[in-house]
Design a protein around this ligand. Structure first.
Ligand SMILES: NC(=O)c1ccc[n+]([C@@H]2O[C@H](COP(=O)([O-])OP(=O)(O)OC[C@H]3O[C@@H](n4cnc5c(N)ncnc54)[C@H](OP(=O)(O)O)[C@@H]3O)[C@@H](O)[C@H]2O)c1
Length: 215
C-alpha cells in the first residue's frame, strides 16, 4: 500500500518509515525542508513536501493509507501544538477523506478519551488530542487510534501492555520507547482487527504482536 507518514522526520516517525518500508509498503515521507530528503530516501521512503501551515492535497495524492505522528517541536508552545496536532490534524483527516486515503493510523495520548481526568499540566494538550480523535471517528475512514503514555528515546524493548483502556499508571513506569510505539503503529496499518478501534499502550512485559493480537 502507498502510505504517507506525517511526522516522518520526527523521533517516532523515522522508525515508522523504516518499519513500513521493511513490511513492503511504498512509503511517502512528509518533509518540510529540502535537507530532510536524503535521510528519508535512505530509509527507503519517497520524500514528499508537506506542511500543516499549507494545503495538503499534493502531499497525500495517490496514497491509500496514512500514519500521523506529527507533533509540535516546541512542547512549551501551546499554539504550535494546537496548529500541528489539532488544526493540522483536522485538515489532514479532511484531506484524507477528500482524496483516496482510506486507512488512517493516529498516534494519540493516553487519557485522550477522558481529558478532564488528565493531570492539570497536560490537560489542554490531552483535550486537543481527544478532539482530534473524535473528529477521526466521525469521518468515514478505516481508522486506528493508538493512545500512548509518555514517550522516550530508549532503545526498543519489543514489550508493551495494551488494552482498549488502561488505568492511568500509578507511580513511575518509565517512558515508552518511541521505537516500540512505531512498531505498534506500523503493525496496526495491516491489522484489520484494529480497524475502527482505539486502544492504549504503555511499557509492559508482553511481546508487541502478542499484546496487539489480544485486543
Ligand atoms: N511526547 C509524548 O510523551 C507523547 C505521548 C503520546 C503521544 N505523543 C504524540 O506523539 C507525536 C510526536 O511524536 P515525536 O515526539 O516522535 O515527534 P517529534 O520527534 O517532535 O517530531 C515531530 C514531527 O512533526 C513534524 N512537524 C512539526 N511541525 C510540523 C508542521 N507544521 N508541518 C508538518 N510537520 C510538522 C516534524 O517535522 P520537522 O522534522 O520538520 O520538525 C517532525 O517530523 C505527537 O502527535 C504527540 O501528540 C507524544
Amino acid at each position: 500500500m502507498k502510505i504517507l507518514v506525517a511526522g516522518a522526520t520526527g523521533r517516532t516517525g523515522q522508525h515508522v518509515v523504516r518499519f513500513l518500508h521493511e513490511a513492503g509498503h511504498t512509503v511517502h515521507a512528509m518533509v518540510r525542508k529540502p535537507e530532510q530528503r536524503d535521510a528519508m530516501a535512505a530509509l527507503g521512503a519517497e520524500p514528499v513536501f508537506g506542511d500543516f501551515t499549507k494545503p495538503l492535497g499534493y502531499t497525500l495524492q495517490g496514497c491509500r493509507g496514512a500514519v500521523f505522528v506529527a507533533g509540535a517541536r516546541d512542547r512549551a508552545n501551546m499554539s504550535e501544538i494546537e496548529m500541528v496536532e489539532h488544526t493540522g490534524a483536522f485538515t489532514f483527516v479532511e484531506t484524507c477523506r477528500r482524496l483516496t486515503v482510506r486507512r488512517l493510523v493516529m498516534l494519540s495520548v493516553q487519557g485522550a478519551h477522558d481529558p478532564e481526568a488528565a493531570p492539570e499540566q497536560t490537560r489542554d494538550w490531552v483535550r486537543l488530542k481527544g478532539d482530534t480523535d473524535q473528529f477521526i471517528r466521525e469521518n468515514k475512514l478505516d481508522f486506528t487510534i493508538v493512545r500512548a503514555t509518555a514517550l522516550g528515546d530508549e532503545p526498543a524493548t519489543g514489550l508493551i501492555k495494551a488494552a482498549p483502556v488502561l488505568p492511568a499508571p500509578e507511580g513511575e513506569i518509565g517512558d515508552l520507547s518511541r521505537e516500540d510505539v512505531a512498531k505498534v503503529l506500523a503493525l496496526a496499518v495491516d491489522d484489520r482487527n484494529l480497524f475502527d478501534r482505539s486502544f492504549d499502550i504503555m511499557p509492559g512485559d508482553t511481546p508487541i504482536a502478542e499484546a496487539m493480537g489480544r485486543l
